[in-house]
Design a protein around this ligand. Structure first.
Ligand SMILES: C[S@@+](CC[C@H](N)C(=O)[O-])C[C@H]1O[C@@H](n2cnc3c(N)ncnc32)[C@H](O)[C@@H]1O
Length: 284
């Protein structure tokens, strides 16, 4: 079980696709697209490329918020190293290509989907992409330097690249706390690489990969959970590799206690879990 194994992500793809778009990724992803559009308008897009697309989170928000500005000639591509995630994105494409929002539907209909590892974009020509996004994926690459240099390679001159990572994931911290209480042992926490948790760290990595004019910022992402009891069941039943790492050793009884503890922690915090994302944006 690991964040860098495609088959672990395959197992969670169908559940991941069910997470409402207003879930934990919504604020960081919306801000990433806004910052990217400010840096280089989507109205100038020749090719957009989403890396680690999951079931199509970036595509959903990009096409909804900017679809009417994206030129009809622009090539739109979403990729993930998990076949299951690409299939989940394909199902969303079928649904969304028939939606009433004609601009968004038109973009979905044109979206090309492909299985691709972020560290090897050999199917994409050098200098061919105007906008590259990577929402919550670069920090989990075994060789993030290769991932960043591949993104830099395929970006066109003056193209823009943006990625997000997590500095703090409150709902996972609560899960670790709850699992510790339930098992009376130290539960494994998911350690995020230090350089991806700070604006300075990400800036340094992006500059080292050759990006210029790098801008980084923290983005507060409050996840409102109106029904924690319902949320915790979906959350702990999901095969998300991060969640599984924390709860994998728990017995059924311990898992029940862990769920109760998680609900208690969320309720004590006004049904809000706090996340802090880090955004990095740069040009070729
Ligand atoms: C936390 S999810 C984020 C999904 C989506 N970008 C979002 O914001 O909801 C991480 C995604 O990255 C993908 N992923 C992990 N490592 C990858 C790699 N080396 N190359 C491409 N995709 C990868 C996983 O399959 C998963 O879909």
């Amino acid at each position: 079980m690991s964040l860098s194994n495609p088959s672990d992500w395959d197992r969670t793809a169908a559940e991941y696709a069910q997470i409402p778009i207003q879930g934990p990724m919504y604020i960081p992803c919306t801000r990433m697209l806004e910052a990217m559009n400010n840096a280089r308008s989507f109205s100038t897009a020749s090719t957009t490329l989403d890396i680690g697309s999951g079931p199509g989170t970036v595509a959903t928000l990009l096409f909804k918020n900017y679809g009417k500005h994206i030129p009809q000639t622009a090539k739109l591509i979403a990729t993930d190293f998990s076949q299951g995630m690409v299939e989940a994105a394909r199902m969303r494409k079928e649904l969304e290509a028939n939606s009433e929002d004609v601009h968004s539907a038109g973009c979905w209909a044109r979206l090309e989907l492909d299985v691709m590892d972020a560290q090897n974009l050999e199917k994409i020509a050098t200098g061919s992409v105007s906008h590259i996004t990577g929402s919550m994926v670069y920090f989990m690459l075994p060789d993030h330097k290769k991932g960043l240099s591949e993104a830099h390679r395929v970006l066109s001159d003056d193209g823009v690249f943006a990625c997000t990572s997590w500095a703090k994931v409150g709902w996972m911290e609560f899960l670790t706390q709850a699992a510790c209480k339930a098992s009376k042992k130290t539960a494994p926490s998911v350690a995020l690489p230090t350089i991806w948790k700070t604006t300075e760290g990400i800036k340094g990595e992006m500059e080292a990969a050759g990006f210029r004019g790098v801008h980084t910022e923290y983005v507060e992402a409050l996840w409102h959970i109106p029904e924690p009891k319902k949320a915790v069941v979906a959350f702990t039943r999901s095969s998300n590799p991060g969640t599984e790492m924390i709860i994998k050793g728990l017995s059924e009884e311990e898992l029940a206690v862990c769920r109760d503890e998680w609900v208690k922690l969320v309720e004590e915090n006004g049904n809000v879990c706090k996340g802090i994302a880090v955004l990095g944006l740069g040009r070729k």
